[in-house]
Write a protein that binds this ligand. Structure first.
Ligand code: ATP
Ligand code: MG
Length: 320
């Protein structure tokens, strides 16, 4: 950071010097031009110069005056454009650095807090004989934390793989079966949620198993994480115009129209870093977008009725 502010001050110094030098040279050239002209005017007044020669000098003086103004303006405008470009790219770099910094902070916190929670629960199990209900609640909490840790590590590894240009292995799959397996896992980990399904239509797609699982799991995890008071989630699969359409619907806190596009950006999380209550890194939906694009599909988010969000994934469908 110290290095960055030093660079900033040096840049301000260089730019200020260039601007001052530009003004100074323009004024100097202007006065030199005037001085030369005044001395010729003196010669003309003393009768040492013919009217034709003086007219030529007058014309040259005016031309040089406009030349200095023109060149000065062009140089000034170029300088301003250059400075604007530098400032823009500097701000962009700062924003990226800020995002990465937030990401690192959140990762450290995200990794540490579930480990601490699981440790505490295991410690309690060891030290005390608990009533069945308390035991079950703590057990579910521990499973949730382990699952969260698992998704987080999975997301990190996958994001890293993507940055190195991972290759996908597409295979013809029964999407109903794939979705059922993922949902089964979620039902086990989050028994307090009512996950309903409409998977009656048989649909096949060419998918990469790991990537598909990461994509659906992230959307389901978000549906749970941002559920607010509601505990209802719906997962549908249908065939529309040769496309497999998967929609995951929640009745949670919803997403404003303004944020609907930005949530798919890497590390983007809605709201303020200091006041946000939910955990996360902002990698989940970025991965979903990358994965669905690799499957030649699309992902969009809409409002659910009366509240919540619907994430709709569309990928090409294939015959069995
Ligand atoms: P993680 O990387 O752990 O998934 P995250 O959940 O914050 O972190 P994303 O899954 O990329 O990151 O989601 C980006 C943001 O979009 C979230 O921070 C949240 O504000 C918003 N969001 C995502 N899904 C929902 C949803 N179903 N309802 C409301 N807001 C959501
Ligand atoms: Mg998420």
């Amino acid at each position: 950071m110290q290095n960055k502010s030093r660079t900033k001050y040096i840049a301000i110094l260089v730019i200020s010097y260039m601007l001052i030098a530009l003004v100074w040279w323009s004024v100097l050239l202007f006065s030199k031009n005037n001085e030369a002209f005044n001395s010729q005017t003196l010669r003309f007044n003393e009768g040492n110069l013919t009217s034709e020669a003086y007219a030529q000098i007058e014309e040259k003086h005016a031309r040089q005056k406009y030349m200095i103004i023109g060149e000065g303006l062009v140089f000034g405008i170029m300088l301003i454009i250059g400075i604007r470009l530098i400032v823009k790219s500097y701000s962009r770099e700062l924003a990226v650095a800020q995002k990465e910094n937030n990401f690192l902070l959140s990762i450290t916190h995200e990794l540490k807090s579930p480990i601490a929670a699981i440790q505490l629960i295991l410690d309690t199990f060891k030290k005390r004989e608990l009533p069945k209900e308390t035991f079950d609640t703590l057990n579910t909490n521990a499973l949730e934390e382990t699952d969260r840790l698992n998704t987080l590590v999975g997301n990190l590894l996958y994001a890293n793989k993507l940055s190195y240009g991972t290759s996908f292995h597409f295979e013809q799959r029964d999407l109903v079966q794939l979705l059922k397996n993922i949902l089964l896992h979620f039902e086990k980990i989050h028994p307090q949620f009512d996950i309903q399904t409409d998977l009656r239509q048989s649909v096949y797609g060419k998918v990469d198993d790991d990537a598909f699982k990461i994509m659906i799991s992230n959307i389901l995890e978000n549906a749970i994480k941002y559920s607010g008071e509601s505990k209802e989630i719906m997962c549908r699969l249908s065939l529309e115009n040769d496309k497999a359409v998967i929609s995951i619907e929640d009745r949670g806190i919803g997403i404003s129209d303004q944020e609907k596009k930005t949530i798919f950006e890497k590390f983007y999380r809605i709201g303020n870093e200091d006041t946000r209550e939910t955990k996360g890194t902002g990698l989940g939906l970025y991965l979903c977008k990358e994965i669905v694009t690799a499957h030649k599909g699309d992902i969009v988010v809409k409002n659910n009725n009366p509240k919540g969000s619907i994430f709709r994934i569309t990928i090409p469908a294939y015959d069995k």
